[in-house]
Design a protein around this ligand. Structure first.
Ligand code: IPM
Ligand code: MG
Length: 367
């Protein structure tokens, strides 16, 4: 079967990690007899530099025609705000937000998994983290405070009265569809959902709770509860093993997914999938563009390679192909190879391209 895949390498370490993921794609194609038409397009700072826009129309059009999109990372050095004076206020991250919206990718799946080979890398005590932490964060991705109306009202007479607003908006339809995704996922895991909100303060959270009660009726096998976001942030550190699936808003999901990935000690390992109502999905590592180490061949390509596994699973419904990639990654770790971010004494230190090659070899040789 031939699939059209748009790759958006983006900024920082994006190009080098995507290159390794594309090698893995080809290796899977050879092994399972699939063809891929790969089309590279621009997003982020590279697009701003080349075309003056973080998400050129051509990129949007090509992504809409594709079967799946693989993205590296977006964003330049946060300490050098090169785009402060851009005439339309564009900046690299806007490209990412816009492509999510344009492709209607409202569900963002961010697994936080502890790889047993890496359990010493977790900053939490061994008894807290356990041996098989596996939390799936389901983050709403195309609404909420990220996409509500924004305003800035300047008071020329009294500057201290100048103010800015960001509206937090959710419709029942938007809440229902992300909850359905999350509950559905829970039925394929441990049937346990925690919906994270701030219902003691926010009206939109109260609506989330009402819709949750309705959606839950259709999933009798799933146990669910509600948790305030401040408590959830704490519980992730105190007792992360209590969570199976967390469903939450755009902003809370942004924050909690960084926290959850960090407690596994392997942010360089964690993939993500952004899905909508069709099989078209966007796949990207959970980590950022790490401009400080770009071009040095030291970045960990595993999160991007595992994002390709998610692509096979969620967009192409090819479970054997996804499992082959995940098994190859597991084997490379078991064989003792580590990139710098996950390296500890006694292991074999390898660079970005060598890690990609080792994974490809194990795909060819079935582990
Ligand atoms: C993420 C990132 C983005 C977000 C930024 C770069 C806009 O932090 O994908 O988590 O907040 O969604
Ligand atoms: Mg984030």
């Amino acid at each position: 079967m031939t699939k059209r895949i748009v790759i958006l390498p983006g900024d920082g370490i994006g190009p080098e990690i995507v290159m390794q993921a594309v090698m893995v794609l080809h290796e899977i194609g050879d092994k399972f007899n699939h063809g891929f038409i790969i089309d590279e397009q621009m997003i982020g700072e590279v697009a701003l530099d080349a075309e003056g826009c973080s998400l050129p129309d051509k990129t949007i059009a090509k992504c809409k025609q594709a079967d799946a999109v693989l993205l590296g990372a977006v964003g330049g050095d946060p300490n050098i705000n090169r785009w402060k004076n851009h005439p339309t206020g564009d900046r690299p991250e806007k490209g990412l937000l816009k492509i999510r919206k344009e492709l209607n990718l409202f569900s963002n799946l961010r697994p936080a998994i502890l790889y047993s080979e890496l359990k010493d890398a977790s900053p939490l005590k061994a008894e807290i983290i356990g041996n098989n932490l596996d939390v799936m964060i389901v983050r709403e991705l195309t609404s909420g405070i990220y996409f509500g109306k924004k305003s800035r009202v300047t008071d020329a007479e009294n500057d201290e009265e100048t103010y800015a607003t960001d509206e937090l908006f959710y419709s029942k339809k938007e809440i229902r569809r992300i909850l359905k995704t999350g509950f559905e996922i829970a039925t394929k895991r441990n049937n346990n959902v925690v919906v994270v909100d701030k219902a003691n303060v926010l009206e939109s959270s109260k609506l989330w709770r009402e819709v949750t009660a309705e959606v839950a009726n259709d999933f009798p096998s799933v146990t669910y509860s509600h948790m305030y976001v401040d408590n959830a942030a704490m519980q992730l550190v105190v007792n992360p093993k209590q969570f199976d699936v967390i469903i939450t808003t755009n902003m809370f999901g942004d924050i909690l997914s960084d926290e959850a990935s960090m407690i596994t000690g392997s942010i360089g390992m964690l993939p993500s999938a952004s899905l909508g109502e069709t099989t078209l999905g966007l796949y990207e590592p959970s980590h950022g563009s790490a401009p400080d180490i770009a071009g040095e061949d030291i970045a960990n390509p595993i999160a991007t390679i595992l994002s390709v596994a998610m692509m096979f699973r969620y967009s192409f419904s090819m479970e054997a192909e996804a499992a082959a990639i995940e098994a190859a990654v597991g084997k490379v770790l078991a064989d003792g190879y580590r990139t710098k971010d996950i390296y500890t004494d006694g292991f074999k230190l390898v660079g970005t391209s060598q890690m990609g090659e080792l994974i490809c070899e194990r795909i060819v040789n079935n582990g």
